[in-house]
Write a protein that binds this ligand. Structure first.
Ligand code: SAM
Length: 264
């Protein structure tokens, strides 16, 4: 966009590569009667496609300077709403109450400075999303999608993988944006698990994974000194491990089992 004063502080790197937009929009398995939430529509590069493919599109854009450009680019469509506000401060459940939908998606090229707060808000607010398709910084995508045994696997991988099946859609070069960012990106898809494993005490589960990954190079035995190590050893044994194992080798199911046994 010529003459637009892009704000780095708002993560304003707008997409200009139509092939990437194709890949993002065709990533979710679109069910009938759907609503999509887009966070940070910018000038509407992605939004234009979303209003074509989805029944209703609800956008949150923090930068009111984009009001005319964005509405202008979506001229002729009546299946969208733009809320000019900070997504992180919205009561989104109440914003979507007026919509009738069977499937809810979040599709966005996220502002990178708030990627994790946005993803955490979607979870903590209990938005009933089916799938999330987001463009995020490549290194962050590696942590979200990493599997046990890989060096990027950590607390956030376990936490997100409890809720979602996460897969990579494509890598995106920094040349796909204007202005060109300092980092490469990746589009990922997060599909809500049909059935979430039962967790007796969710705050204990959260604390357990936080403590388990506190010192990455340490064994479970050393990171979890303040827990009942007999119980932990018993659970680990079921999966063929002892308490000299490192957290980076354990799947979210094992952490669920450990936290349930610990909360007995
Ligand atoms: N979707 C557009 C595209 O792909 O070309 C723009 C993406 S740009 C990476 C991120 C957008 O998020 C910017 O338009 C920025 O103003 C907006 N934004 C930043 N922080 C936000 C927040 N907290 N809530 C809503 N929008 C935000």
């Amino acid at each position: 966009m010529v003459n637009f004063d892009y704000k780095k502080s708002l993560g304003q790197n707008f997409l200009k590569d139509e092939n990437i937009i194709d890949k993002i929009v065709s990533a979710p398995l679109i069910g009938r009667n759907n609503l999509v939430i887009e966070i940070g529509p910018g000038a509407g590069a992605l939004s234009k496609r979303l209003v074509n493919c989805f029944d209703n599109v609800l956008m949150y854009e923090i930068d009111t300077r984009l009001y005319e450009i964005l509405n202008g680019n979506l001229d002729g469509y009546n299946n969208y709403e733009i809320i000019f506000d900070d997504f992180l401060r919205r009561d989104v459940l109440s914003d979507i109450k007026k919509y009738n939908y069977e499937h809810l998606y979040v599709v966005a090229n996220l502002p990178y400075y708030v990627t994790s707060p946005i993803v955490m808000k979607i979870i903590k607010d209990r938005l009933p999303v089916d799938e999330i398709v987001i463009m995020i910084q490549k290194e962050v995508a590696e942590r979200y999608t990493s599997i046990p045994g890989k060096k990027e696997y950590g607390e956030i991988s376990v936490y997100l993988q409890y809720f979602f099946e996460i897969s990579k859609v494509c890598n995106v070069s920094r040349n796909a944006f204007i202005p060109r960012p300092q980092v490469d990106s990746c589009v990922i898809k997060m599909k809500k698990r049909d059935i979430l494993p039962y967790v007796k005490d969710f705050s204990l589960f959260e604390k357990l994974i936080r403590d388990s990954f506190k010192f990455k190079r340490k064994t479970i035995k050393n990171n979890l000194k303040n827990y009942d190590l007999n119980i932990i050893s018993r659970v680990l044994e079921k999966y063929g491990y002892d308490n000299n194992v490192r957290s980076e080798n354990l799947s979210y199911e094992i952490f669920v089992d450990m936290s349930n046994e610990l909360s007995n």
